[in-house]
Design a protein around this ligand. Structure first.
Ligand code: DX5
Ligand code: ZN
Length: 229
């Protein structure tokens, strides 16, 4: 993975057909997705259950680009190696998931992955201030994690604070939750470069009719990049 700050659209397969993940990943990539965002939930850290490392391993051969795995689980550490074995490129853990996020991030990098840290809407930017030299991505949640299709919570000032904190370091700012063509410009302007979108990408399309995926991706990207022109 090479680092750059261009806008990257990362469809969340939480909004895809769960019986057809491989074909869904291939379809959104063919339609212009940059990364694939994979939401792992445990019914404990968040009130919903999705799937674990075995499903990630099954999906992996169907993804040509970056597999971006978002862990909404606690604890994290016992599962890091399993997600590395599954082929995750980026592994993101929540700062709220346990008392030892520093150790968790070290272990993620130690297992050969890019290390991400996620912040719930109620967690301030300062929670990651001491982690700047050990993270590759900071995920700003713009919904309370657990479900797709929720309303965007404006975290623009937190994104701007993090952007200043990051300075010249090669750290991505990712936005997750309620991202669409209306909300993307707000966060892009504040300094985000990875935009996760579930419902806004998968709406109106299917594996058999993937053209709407492409239209949705292009609309979000154009709205986000519009702020730079
Ligand atoms: C929420 C997940 C998100 C979610 C985004 O807990 O982390 O990735 O799938 O879905 P939308 O874009 O529908 O808000
Ligand atoms: Zn997510």
């Amino acid at each position: 993975m090479t680092f750059d700050r261009s806008i990257k659209i990362a469809p969340s397969i939480l909004a895809a057909d769960f019986a057809n993940f491989g074909a869904e990943c291939a379809a959104v990539e063919a339609q212009g997705a940059d990364w694939i965002h994979v939401d792992v939930m445990d019914g404990h850290f968040v009130p919903n259950i999705t799937f674990g490392p075995a499903t990630c391993a099954a999906i992996r051969p169907h993804i040509r680009g970056v597999m971006d795995v978002h862990l909404m689980i606690a604890p994290v550490d016992p599962y890091i190696q399993a997600f590395a074995d599954a082929g995750a490129d980026v592994l993101t853990a929540h700062v709220e998931a346990g008392p030892h996020i520093h150790r968790t991030l070290q272990a993620i990098r130690g297992a050969g992955m890019k290390a991400g840290v996620a912040l719930n809407p109620g967690t301030p930017a300062v929670a990651v201030e001491e982690l700047m030299n050990m993270v590759d991505l900071i995920c700003v949640m713009t919904v309370n994690p657990g479900f797709g299709g929720q309303k965007f919570i404006d975290m623009t000032s937190k994104v701007a604070t993090l952007r200043a904190m990051i300075g010249d370091r090669p750290i991505h700012i990712e936005i997750d939750g309620g991202v669409d063509a209306n909300t993307a410009p707000l966060v892009a302007k504040a300094g985000a470069d990875v935009l996760v979108a579930g419902s806004a990408v998968f709406k109106g399309g299917s594996v058999d009719n993937p053209i709407p995926y492409g239209e949705n991706i292009r609309n979000i990207r154009a709205a986000a990049e519009g702020v730079w022109t």
